[in-house]
Design a protein around this ligand. Structure first.
Ligand code: ATP
Ligand code: MG
Length: 332
């Protein structure tokens, strides 16, 4: 029997990369594993982004991230869903793991290099991010981690940390595996600059709860195959962002039509984007409607998070007790 864990940062509005890359798998695995699937809004991780140092904004985003997950179909009464800061055991385990992890390994993480490269002053927390992530997963002895492809290296490090702990203190943790949505490994940003990311800001993202009008404005301005200058030029869908999105939102006949017609200049980019917008609308409208309903009852979201934290702590308690004993902390 597997145990599933995954986390999502409250660093901004959830976007379609989060949805297709991770959140949809949370729902599918939640249906399969029930209370054996544990999901977390990782607000401690969000602090590694200096832009998140806004106390009111952090709380609001944590709340909204929970709401968005419920709106896409996660049922908090059937899975375990909570905010990371409500379960302090994550930090305790993280500290122990910090001492099993060479700094050099952390410095080699590509996410660290990418994010640190954009900062003038790099918080030590950003370097420790993958250690805390290993603690998040192993605190529940989870063996299955639904994530986007950008987290592959972090999951490998988690396995390494589990191995090191087991070697040093005796067999304790499983070596968890990542589970991907193979159709949405790394969704590109709508600005055409790399992965869609919350922390890159709204120019990069198509928000799950963003107004359809605003999404259309971004799609209209989005880059397509740069070699296709005129409407009459044949295009190459394989290098087109819009075609990547079609593969997520459109049905098979539409995807095939766009593929063929683009290559023989039978469809222009604007019409192709309009066709995409039909799929976007069909996918996002019900989610947005559900989010609006959930927003009417904020206390229910808070209650669900409080209950989720209780459930998470109950699962974590025996693990942290085992770790304390194995590490050799004095027992009173
Ligand atoms: P940030 O920029 O703050 O790191 P993010 O957009 O990368 O935010 P995270 O909270 O770091 O989102 O990641 C949540 C989950 O979404 C992870 O499993 C991650 O792998 C996945 N994910 C994030 N961006 C994408 C993407 N563009 N394509 C596919 N999966 C993604
Ligand atoms: Mg990220």
């Amino acid at each position: 029997m597997s145990r599933v864990f995954s986390g999502i940062q409250p660093t901004g509005e959830p976007h379609i990369g989060n949805y297709f890359g991770a959140m949809r798998n949370y729902v599918a695995l939640g249906e399969q594993y029930g209370k054996g699937s544990i999901y977390c809004v990782v607000d401690l991780h969000a602090l590694t982004n200096p832009a998140a140092f806004d106390p009111r904004l952090l709380a609001k985003r944590t709340f909204e991230m929970a709401l968005a997950n419920f709106a896409v179909g996660l049922d908090p009464s059937r899975v375990v869903f909570f905010a990371q800061s409500h379960v302090p055991e994550h930090q305790e385990l993280s500290w122990i793991f910090t001492n099993l992890t060479p700094v050099g390994e952390l410095e080699r993480m590509t996410q660290y290099k990418d994010k640190a490269g954009a900062l003038e002053s790099v918080p030590a927390g950003l370097l420790m991010y993958p250690v805390l992530m290993a603690a998040d997963i192993l605190l529940y002895k989870a063996d299955t981690v639904p994530v986007g492809e950008d987290q592959t290296q972090h999951i490998e490090l988690t396995r390494e940390i589990a191995r090191r702990f087991n070697h040093t203190f005796g067999e304790t943790f499983p070596e968890p595996k990542a589970v991907y949505n193979k159709d949405a490994l790394r969704i590109p940003g709508v600005d055409g600059h790399g992965k869609m990311s919350k922390s890159k800001g709204e120019n990069s993202t198509l928000g799950l709860l963003e107004s359809l009008d605003s999404i259309w404005q971004k799609l209209r301005a989005a880059p397509t195959d740069p070699a296709r200058v005129r409407r009459t030029d044949p295009g190459n869908p394989d290098v087109c962002l819009i075609f990547d999105y079609h593969k997520l939102f459109s049905d098979l006949p539409t995807i095939e039509m766009v593929d063929v017609e683009c290559r023989r200049a039978g469809i222009g980019c604007v019409d192709c984007k309009k066709k995409l917008m039909e799929g976007v609308t069909a996918t996002l409208s019900p989610i947005q409607q559900r989010a609006a309903e959930l927003a009417q009852h904020p206390d229910d979201i808070r209650d669900a998070l409080a209950q989720g934290a209780k459930e998470a702590r109950a699962i974590a308690a025996p693990v942290i007790a085992e770790v304390r004993e194995k590490v050799g902390f004095l027992k009173l």
